[in-house]
Design a protein around this ligand. Sequence first.
Ligand code: TXA
Ligand code: MG
Length: 310
Amino acid sequence: MNSVSTQQLAPKQEGIATAANLLQDGALVAFPTETVYGLGADATNGRAVAAIFAAKDRPSFNPLIVHVPDVEHAATLVELPETARDLAQAFWPGPLTLVLPVKPGAVNDLVTAGLPTLAIRIPAHPLAQKLLRAANRPIAAPSANPSGAISPTTAAHVMAGLNGKIAAVLDGGPCKVGLESTIIGFDPGPTLLRPGGLPQEAVEAALGHPLAAYQSDIPNAPGQLASHYAPDARVQLNVRETDGTLLGFGAMESTLNLSAAGDLTEAAANLFAYLRELDQKTDIIHIAPIPNIGLGRAINDRLRRAAAPR
Ligand code: TXA
Ligand code: MG
């Protein structure tokens, strides 16, 4: 693909307007959400959506999440059955993606990879909200990183992976949540498709019952790609002590500590930036055990993939 010079846009009126114009012209713009930075394109423009796959060097056309500013916009694109409405009411805007029946012609077929469903999300980040309203069209956005690499939680992370391949990045500072959104499907009942920045327990409390566990033979489905979120270094999990490089959690001696206080929210926000930092320093990253509750489930999911054989 042609090399372009990537503009770094300040989080002001002018930067937002420039980013919105670029999106309307079919260009790729990375923007902050509270989860991770997304690589945005006009979801109704097939060429723009195809450019996402080229910029990320994605091996296959897996389906993308579409971002809109509010439920009214969402309802123009997807069917919203009652359970989905309840979850939307409870958690949107926020780190939650719902997979719902897509309305005919709502977005380009490349976005859904030909599936009868669309993954849709309303981000809470104020800059994302402003950009989506200014662009005034649904924006498809996977995480703004080369395929398989660690997701970006700062504009500098985006530039490190995609500089010269995208038109612009809107700089909103570090992402507060730091993990991708939790994905829920409804086929047939509410099902956890990907653990993420909204704890499973919170979704289950809102529903009043446990979520179904996810099983799939579909290669494009979330969770099927084993190696993902991967640093160059090898990753070894559940290590409490080492002479080498240790990413700690809770009170312990370590090279970097996700949260010395043992706070999973803090650990999630630090995870991707710290993996990147340690990746610069060493060939093997040892990682302390993380409790498998709340956000710890999503942290462990990402760490298992970072450690998966390639
Ligand atoms: O927090 C996030 O979700 C970020 C920000 C930018 O919004 N986005 C993100 O997108 O993580 P991405 O492309 O890295 O992950 C999207 C996931 C994929 O695993 C994909 O398979 C799944 O969503 N997905 C998309 N559409 C789907 C559909 N119709 N049915 C099932 N899974 C779907
Ligand atoms: Mg991703």
